[in-house]
Design a protein around this ligand. Structure first.
Ligand code: BES
Ligand code: ZN
Ligand code: ZN
Length: 596
């Protein structure tokens, strides 16, 4: 398909596309109709508008001839629960299918009176209609060449610019979809790294790659632990976009979960539908495509994307349930379930984003099956430590048809992530999407306004959804562009970070190790590098021993902490903040201290 932006119909165009909604045209015809023609069109629209959509003689996606002029009629209100823009995207998408089915060669749409949102929606719908992933078909469907003219009238120049912008973003959406659709063995960790390097460089980004050896050396144990069962080693890719002029006060971070395949590891997933886990890098694909789209639009904002890339496989080298590793911020994590691997690799990404100096951070991750049970495949879960940032995400999603629903970072559930041996464990028995987000929150750098988008349900569809047949959706790419547009706008207030970062409120966090804004990763002294899991095993017993071998009932050694000696737990309760648990032995502060 060739999209042409013209001011008035060219001699080539022979079929005019008309969008209708409830018996009325959404945009006028290119040239006025006389009274008789108008009457003929009205009677057709009355038939199309009555009864179930698409069943009348001139139902949706059909065509009509009036006085020798050919029209295609498309219902722009067919999806009754979707917005106007989404309906226009759907209708434009259906137009592409119709053009192929009917072998149309020249179509025209009069958008001279359409808003720029309407034009953008039609353009996006046409792009969605063009997408195909058929390189694995031995006999792919023949491509039908046709042309769609968009008539801009007086606003043709503005429309040309808009068409270029939509094209830039939609090309990236298609790239994200391609990456997600590629089988796990065809897009291994090194393939994804290579794609990120090529795409990043093509968009003028600074790209740096940490391979497994570098990750190990620098103590990025989340990626190392998850990736160690696989012959395809983990990696971290950092891409930076710094235009000549940008809004000084903001540095947007995009963080993506990039599991090129997730078997579950030793906590192996069931065979049914496991193939879908080739999509577990949908977050990384969206972050990569998002930063490339932002760069090709030349938005005046500094952006850094961090991709945490690994493959989760069982093998003789794989991490075991019960293993403990030390994350970059010093917190120790017991791997209760190796299938909850996304949050482990993201601990490293969150650290890196902080070290890069981001002020606002959006992570995208196909993180939990629980979010699919809660929100299905049309809505992604949104968690945030800044209400204003959450609002920004919702508004940005609305602007591009990507839906989010806010879920709480409810600290009452934090207890489920506490481990007897390590600071945290990676799963809790309940409320899967929330506890996954609570886990991530423990690693969010201080002073950063953060939103976590759980896109497990929306990144991949198995059946037709809106303007996507099946497979990768590219979900999130357009939201990221919309967020960047808004954050770049100097007239808008920036969302603030919460007054205190959660990590600072966790007693076991080594505050000195939390990443500081603007601090480059190299500045971290070598001796602070977190030891590997292996080294951790050799840690002096005395550190682990009391917690492991001292039975709870045994009399406590030394002086009990004040809170304990004061009163019986029950009596003390009313004075204790709801989120506190019993103080730990030996005077250490309680693990789950009150968080505000
Ligand atoms: N990649 C999955 C989440 C997922 C599930 C994405 C279905 C897309 C579709 C993630 O790594 C995972 O396995 N999560 C587990 C966590 C559980 C073990 C606590 C889940 O949600 O089942
Ligand atoms: Zn998993
Ligand atoms: Zn996963």
């Amino acid at each position: 398909m060739l999209i042409q932006i013209v001011s008035k119909p060219s001699s080539k165009s022979n079929i005019e596309v008309l969008f209708y909604f409830k018996q009325a045209l959404v945009f006028p015809t290119a040239s006025p109709l006389n009274e008789a023609e108008q009457g003929a069109l009205q009677s057709i629209l009355r038939k199309t508008g009555d009864g179930p959509h698409g069943t009348g003689p001139y139902g949706d996606s059909d065509w009509a001839e009036i006085n020798g002029r050919l029209f295609v009629l498309l219902d722009a209100g067919k999806e009754k629960y979707l917005s106007r823009s989404e309906n226009l995207r759907c209708a434009a998408y259906r137009l592409t299918k119709l053009a192929i089915r009917r072998q149309f060669t020249n179509l025209s749409i009069n958008v001279s009176e359409a808003s720029s949102d309407d034009c953008a929606a039609i353009l996006a719908g046409l792009h969605y209609g063009e997408y195909r992933f058929d390189s694995y078909k031995s006999n792919p469907k023949k491509i039908h060449e046709y042309q769609v003219e968009l008539m801009g009238g007086d606003r043709t120049d503005a429309l040309k610019l808009l068409a270029r912008q939509v094209d830039a973003v939609m090309s990236q959406v298609s790239i994200a979809r391609n990456l997600v659709n590629e089988p796990g063995s065809s897009l291994t960790t090194s393939d994804l790294v290579a794609q990120a390097v090529v795409l990043g460089k093509a968009h003028g980004l600074k790209v740096s790659v940490r391979n497994a050896a570098q990750l190990e050396k620098e103590g990025f144990q989340g990626l190392i632990s998850v990736g160690k069962g696989s012959p395809n080693p983990p990696a971290m890719v950092t891409l930076s976009y710094k235009p000549k002029k940008f809004r000084n006060s903001v540095h947007l971070g995009l963080l993506g979960k990039g599991l090129t395949f997730d078997t579950g590891g030793i906590s192996l997933k069931p065979a049914t539908d496991m193939w879908e886990m080739k999509m577990d890098m949908g977050g990384a694909a969206a972050a990569l495509a998002g930063i490339c789209a932002i760069a090709s639009l030349g938005l005046p904002i500094q952006v850094t994307a961090v991709l945490c890339i690994a493959e989760n496989r069982p093998s003789g080298r794989a991490q075991l349930p019960g293993d403990i590793f030390t994350a970059k911020n010093g917190k120790t994590v017991m791997v209760d379930n190796t299938d909850a691997e996304g949050r482990l690799v993201l601990t490293d990404g969150l650290w890196e984003a902080g070290a890069q100096g981001v002020t606002h951070l959006v992570d995208l991750a196909t993180l939990t099956g629980a979010v699919i049970r809660a929100l299905g495949s049309s809505v992604a879960g949104l968690f945030t430590n800044s209400l204003a940032m959450g609002e920004l995400v919702l508004e940005s999603g609305r602007a591009c048809g990507e839906k989010y629903w806010p879920l709480p970072l409810e600290m009452e559930y934090f207890e489920g992530l506490q481990d007897k041996v390590a600071d945290l464990k990676n799963v809790s028995g309940e409320v899967g999407a929330i506890t996954a987000a609570l886990f991530l929150q423990e690693f969010v750098p201080a002073g950063v306004a953060w939103s976590h988008l759980d896109i497990a349900g929306t990144a991949f569809v198995k059946k037709q959804w809106k303007y996507i047949e099946h497979g990768g959706t590219g979900f999130g790419v357009q939201t990221l562009v919309e967020i960047a547009k808004r954050l770049a706008d100097p007239s808008r207030h920036l969302p603030l970070a919460p007054p205190t970062a959660p990590s600072a409120k966790t007693p076991n966090a080594k505050a000195s190790e939390a990443p500081r804004r603007g601090r480059p990763p190299k500045a971290r002294p070598a001796q602070q590098a977190a030891p590997s899991t292996l080294k951790r095993r050799g840690r002096p017993r005395k550190v682990l021993a009391p917690a492991v071998v001292t039975p709870i009932e045994k009399p406590r050694r030394g002086r009990p902490p004040k809170a304990l000696s004061k009163a019986q737990p029950n009596k003390a309760q009313p004075k204790v903040a709801p989120n506190t648990t019993a103080p730990r032995r030996r005077g250490r502060p309680p693990k789950n201290s009150p968080r505000t």
